[in-house]
Design a protein around this ligand. Structure first.
Ligand code: PGA
Length: 319
């Protein structure tokens, strides 16, 4: 069978995304250009590779065989490129990082600093929630995965590199902002805004409540930490959020932190990567950089005048 690497790449993208249009978008090609390559591949296979089911393309048995072979070939080619770069001793090439949404508040700063030090590295950052990150990890789509809890069911290694401090955020005029040592049970009776079930932050809160024998009926479920923050500032309810995501709002007095036990919850941010497989030099260097430099780099960004917290904007030991 004759197939070009470009055809295999496009085929893999169509299979993953379930659509020629989306694969064309990802590859910066037109839809007809992708369709032609797929047609040639099907001619080579002598069989259909996809069935159209509604608006989605599903793989046929032949398509599944070809997908598995394509993934192996593309992975080997990528590893070959990485290995050659490492042999040249160059810290260069792509470093693919996928990060949970809460990590948006620090990952770009860390990648920015890393690229300043190693300008030949091409950082590729994907931001999505925890359950999507776990799917990407299972499909080995990236080099490094940034998340809170390390998955136990996968064969991975991890390096903790920063602290994620979860606090209870409220509108500054909320009655509980003045209270000392609010009980978790009292908090659970308030109107709470929560992230979607696939979120790591949501899972951490659900676990905490479960451990205390408590349950909440979320007042609202919003798919992003940013939207929840806006909801808190609008006085819609309370929310548990990463302190990093609130730095500016706390500093400007638009969000207050409630003194509630057992908050602040301190959880590590972990850089997770598959245990097996050779890592390119650029990826190894990035992992070392995260472990050694993250705290200093992030402290530097927080010390900028615009992000300097006001002393009276936080309360108790939550700062
Ligand atoms: P999230 O993840 O952004 O999906 O809530 C946070 C985490 O993994 O701790």
């Amino acid at each position: 069978m004759h197939a070009t690497l470009q055809q295999l790449r496009l085929f893999e993208a169509v299979a993953r995304l379930g659509s020629v249009t989306r694969a064309a978008g990802e590859a910066n090609l037109t839809q007809p250009a992708v369709s032609i390559q797929l047609k040639r591949l099907e001619e080579q296979a002598g069989m259909a590779l996809f069935d159209q089911v509604g608006r989605r393309l599903l793989l046929t048995a032949a398509g599944r065989e070809l997908l598995s072979a394509s993934q192996n070939i593309l992975r080997e080619m990528a590893e070959l490129g990485d290995a050659l770069e490492s042999l040249r001793g160059e810290i260069a090439g792509p470093v693919r990082v996928s990060a949970v949404t809460t990590a948006t508040y620090f990952m770009p700063h860390l990648l920015g600093e890393f690229v300043r030090r190693h300008p030949k590295v091409q950082p590729i950052l994907t931001v999505t929630n925890r359950s999507n990150i776990l799917n990407r990890l299972e499909n080995r789509q990236d080099d490094v995965y940034i998340m809170g809890q390390v998955p136990e069911h996968l064969d991975v290694s991890d390096k903790p590199f920063l602290e994620n401090v979860l606090v209870v955020a409220a509108h500054p005029s909320h009655p509980l902002t003045g209270a000392k040592r609010v009980k978790l049970a009292d908090l659970a009776r308030e109107r709470i805004l929560v992230r979607e079930p696939g979120s790591g932050t949501r899972q951490a809160i659900d676990r905490l409540l479960f451990e205390h024998g408590l349950e909440i009926t979320p007042y609202m479920e919003l798919g992003s930490g940013e939207a929840i923050k806006q909801g808190v500032m609008a006085g819609l309810g309370l929310a548990v959020l990463s302190r990093q995501s609130l730095a500016l709002e706390i500093a400007s007095g638009r969000v207050a932190v409630i003194d509630c036990e057992p908050f602040p919850l301190r959880r590590p941010w972990n850089a997770v990567y598959p245990r097996s497989g050779n890592q390119p030099l650029a990826v190894r260097t990035f992992l070392e950089f995260l472990a050694a430099e993250s705290a200093r780099v992030i402290k530097g960004t927080e010390a900028a005048p615009s992000a300097k917290p006001k002393a009276d904007a936080t309360m108790g030991d939550n700062r």
